[in-house]
Every structure is written in C-alpha cells, then in structure tokens.
Design a protein around this ligand. Sequence first.
Ligand code: ZN
Length: 111
Amino acid sequence: MNNEQKALAACREYVACNLDIKKISQAISGNLYNCPENNGEEFRTHLKEYYLNRNIAAAVDGYFGSAVKGEEEFLACPHCVEADRLIQERKAARLKLGSAKRRITLLGKSS
Ligand SMILES: [Zn+2]
C-alpha cells in the first residue's frame, strides 16, 4: 500500500469511527432516557448514581473489593447496564479514532 492508499484508508477509518461514535452516543442517550429513574424533570439514572458512588468510593477508600452503593439497582436496570456497555464500546471507538487521526497526521507530515 502506498502513502496515498494509506491516507485514503486512514480517512475512511476516521469517518467510520466518527459515525460509530455518533451512533453509540445516540444509543447511550436512548437507554438512559428509558431508565425508570429518569422522571423527565431531573436527569437521574441508576448509572449516574452508580458512577457517582463508585467515584466517591474510589476517592475515599480505594474502592477495590468493597460494594458500591447503588450497584445492585444499577445491575438490575437493563437500560443502565446497556448504557454502561455502550460507554465502554464508545471508549474503544474513540481510541480507534485517535489512532486514525495520528496516522493522518503522520501521512500529512511525510507528504
Ligand atoms: Zn436505570
């Protein structure tokens, strides 16, 4: 593969990653919107509560091993569990996007 082909492949991957991230973000929003904790007035979800408590636990006592407040409720909510899974998927997609950006930058510098 020559540099032009590599550049084109990197650009295609960049576009595809951005589209993936957009789709995943919409799916996260949809799942969180459907969480029964979300009452429409204040944005509340089991996931938000769990993440908050997990961060507090991590800051206070290192978190590892101890149960986190709200974890049971979070795990019982299919919308929040799916949103959490999608958030991890989006993290991976963002890493892939970063890799494509770096390749585009390097090819741009070398041309
Ligand atoms: Zn929920």
